[in-house]
Design a protein around this ligand. Structure first.
Ligand code: AMP
Ligand code: ZN
Length: 141
């Protein structure tokens, strides 16, 4: 896609600090470096986000995750790591070429945060089953 910044990185039109590259996948440092070593993994083919991601491309992208995660771990010895993919503007997606953020964590004082509330009391077992069934009904093969 000609006006996509990540396609431009794939094509070499824009420089990037590359971490890993193969025929189908590229990993490079996120320019914002939310935490030290913050890396993006992208497919070379332009697919917008998780809704568009095809299983064959997903397979290739996700196969690279442990490679890069372990390389980050070896290099920086973080105490943890989050993987995140923002899908849609409301979820914080700003570049519409699928990417996985790998965010190494360095303890409570690092610059990444995630609000994670528990609503366990909101739903009965019955409602949970119905919710699951509703999603399951929409799964396409
Ligand atoms: P998201 O907001 O999830 O779509 O993430 C897009 C990410 O791409 C942001 O964290 C940006 O910092 C990063 N980004 C944008 N342009 C570049 C670039 N030229 N090189 C590296 N990272 C970039
Ligand atoms: Zn693209």
């Amino acid at each position: 896609m000609s006006d996509c910044i990540f396609c431009k990185i794939v094509n070499g039109e824009i420089p990037a600090a590359k971490v890993y590259e193969d025929e189908n996948v590229l990993a490079f440092l996120d320019i914002s470096q939310v935490t030290k070593g913050h890396t993006l993994i992208i497919p070379k083919v332009h697919q917008e986000n998780m809704y568009e991601l095809t299983p064959s491309v997903a397979e290739k992208v996700f196969a690279v995750v442990p490679k890069v995660a372990n390389a980050i771990r070896k290099q920086f010895s973080p105490v943890g790591l989050n993987m995140l993919s923002n899908t849609g503007e409301a979820a914080g997606q700003s570049v519409f070429h699928l990417h996985l953020h790998l965010l190494p964590r360095y303890g409570h004082e690092d610059d990444f945060g995630l609000k994670w509330s528990t609503n366990i009391d909101k739903y009965t077992q019955q409602e949970m089953q119905e919710m699951a069934q509703g999603i399951a009904n929409n799964i396409e093969n």
